[in-house]
Design a protein around this ligand. Structure first.
Ligand SMILES: CC[C@@H](C(=O)O)C(=O)SCCNC(=O)CCNC(=O)[C@H](O)C(C)(C)COP(=O)(O)OP(=O)(O)OC[C@H]1O[C@@H](n2cnc3c(N)ncnc32)[C@H](O)[C@@H]1OP(=O)(O)O
Ligand SMILES: [Co+2]
Length: 139
C-alpha cells in the first residue's frame, strides 16, 4: 500500500464541549471547527486544526454508537484511532484483506466526505486504523 499523509487522530470524548475547552485553553488550538452530527457513523464530530493534521473529537451519538464500548472502558476518553490517506481506497482495502487484516465493513462516506474504512486494532499493533481516500486538493 502507498502510505499517504496522517489526516487525523481520532479522540473519543464524553463531551465535545469540554474537550474543545481543553484544546483551546490548554493546547492553544486557534482553529476549531463547528461540531456536527454524523448519524450514519453514530458520532458527533468536531475538528481541531493543528499545523500538520487534525484532531477529530468524537462523542457518542445514539444508542448504537461504535464508541460506547471504548468510553465504557475509558471514561475520560482518549486516543481512539489514527487516520491515514491513500490515493485509492478500494485498492487499499484489497491489500489489507490480502494481508489477512480484518477490514471492518465496506468503504463508506466519512466526516471529510470521502470514502473511509477501518482496520481492526488487534491486527494493527493495537491501533484502530482508519484509511481514507485523499480529499480533492490534498494530492
Ligand atoms: C467521524 C466519522 C469517521 C471519520 O470520518 O473519521 C470516524 O472516525 S467514526 C469513529 C468511530 N467509528 C468506529 O470506530 C468504527 C470502527 N470501530 C469498530 O468497528 C469497533 O469499535 C471495534 C474496533 C471493532 C471495537 O468494537 P467494540 O465492540 O467497541 O470493542 P470490543 O470490546 O469488541 O473490543 C475488542 C478488543 O479491541 C480493543 N479495542 C476496541 N476499540 C479499540 C480502539 N479504538 N483502539 C484500540 N483497541 C481497541 C478492546 O479493548 C478489546 O480488547 P481486549 O479487551 O484485549 O479484548
Ligand atoms: Co476518524
Amino acid at each position: 500500500m502507498k502510505l499517504g499523509r496522517l489526516n487525523h487522530v481520532g479522540v473519543a470524548t464524553p463531551s465535545i464541549e469540554a474537550s474543545v475547552a481543553h484544546w483551546r485553553d490548554v493546547m492553544g488550538a486557534t482553529k476549531i471547527h463547528e461540531p456536527f452530527d454524523l448519524p450514519a457513523q453514530g458520532v458527533k464530530v468536531c475538528f481541531v486544526d493543528t499545523p500538520n493534521a487534525q484532531i477529530e473529537l468524537i462523542e457518542p451519538l445514539g444508542a448504537d454508537s461504535p464508541i460506547h464500548g471504548f468510553l465504557a472502558k475509558n471514561p475520560l476518553g482518549g486516543q481512539h484511532h489514527i487516520c491515514f490517506e491513500v490515493p485509492d481506497i478500494h485498492a487499499a482495502r484489497d491489500e489489507f484483506i490480502a494481508l489477512g487484516k480484518r477490514v471492518l465493513g465496506e468503504p463508506r462516506i466519512g466526516a471529510h466526505g470521502t470514502l473511509i474504512f477501518f482496520v481492526h486494532p488487534k491486527d494493527m499493533g493495537g491501533m484502530l486504523t482508519e484509511i481514507m481516500e485523499t480529499p480533492n486538493g490534498n494530492h
